[in-house]
Design a protein around this ligand. Structure first.
Ligand code: HEC
Length: 194
């Protein structure tokens, strides 16, 4: 009894093996201009692609992504009147600003913001960040240029988070003060040297 079951099982196995080989041979011998038999077409033509194929789904009108603040200012003047640096006056903020300025701005604007970065003159020389214009600009106007860009200068909105933009502006103010020290700054420096 037991041996006949084993025998039947063997026969079944050989039959199945024969069928698989025959199917493989039959599907393999067609012309290659057409795809072969597609086993499980839903895995081949992924339903995930099908669902998106007609049109990428658009967010409901007026939707704002989490953590995203809409930016609607259209000129440095407008942004300068409305935006205020929200960061605390700490050493850490300044260090962060220095690191970000040296990473993103220095290549064009130069280490002190004079417009003498490494890529000049391959890229047109940018105006100095030490000019009277920028020294007298409110912080929000510089924020606007980093956010929107200006002519040849691209926007950095996708690379630099808003807090880091403010930190950069903080560092630019320090660079400006280093080139235009007040009499008190000079006295403090002399006292330091003595
Ligand atoms: C690819 C080179 C490049 C980089 C990088 C760059 N800038 Fe500029 N930037 C320019 C150029 C060129 C201009 C002048 C654009 C124009 O012709 O109006 C400019 C203009 C500016 C102005 C306006 C100056 C004025 O007098 O109108 C500010 C402010 C400024 N950049 C700040 C920054 C800051 C901050 C960063 C770093 C986040 C930065 N830029 C990165 C090239 C660059």
């Amino acid at each position: 009894m037991r041996s006949s079951i084993v025998h039947l099982a063997h026969r079944g196995f050989f039959l199945a093996a024969f069928l698989i080989v025959a199917m493989a041979a039959a599907s393999g011998c067609t012309k290659h201009s057409k795809p072969n038999y597609i086993y499980m077409p839903d895995m081949y033509y992924s339903p995930a692609v099908k669902a998106q194929k007609a049109l990428m789904r658009l967010p409901v009108e007026g939707t704002v992504p989490r953590g995203y603040t809409p930016y609607h200012f259209t000129s440095p003047e407008e942004a300068g009147k409305a935006l205020i640096d929200p960061l605390p006056p700490t050493h850490a903020v300044l260090m962060r600003g220095q690191m970000m300025f040296n990473t993103y701005c220095q290549v064009c604007h130069g280490p002190a913001g004079l417009g003498d970065g490494n890529v000049v003159p391959k890229i047109p020389r940018p105006p100095s960040l030490q000019s009277d214009k920028i020294r007298n600009w409110p912080d929000g106007s510089i924020f606007h240029i980093i956010t929107r860009g200006q002519n040849v200068m691209p926007s950095y909105a996708s690379q630099i988070m808003p807090e880091d933009r403010w930190a950069i502006i903080r560092y630019i103010r320090v660079l400006q003060r280093s080139q235009h020290p007040t009499p008190e700054d000079l006295n403090a420096l002399e006292a330091d040297i003595k």
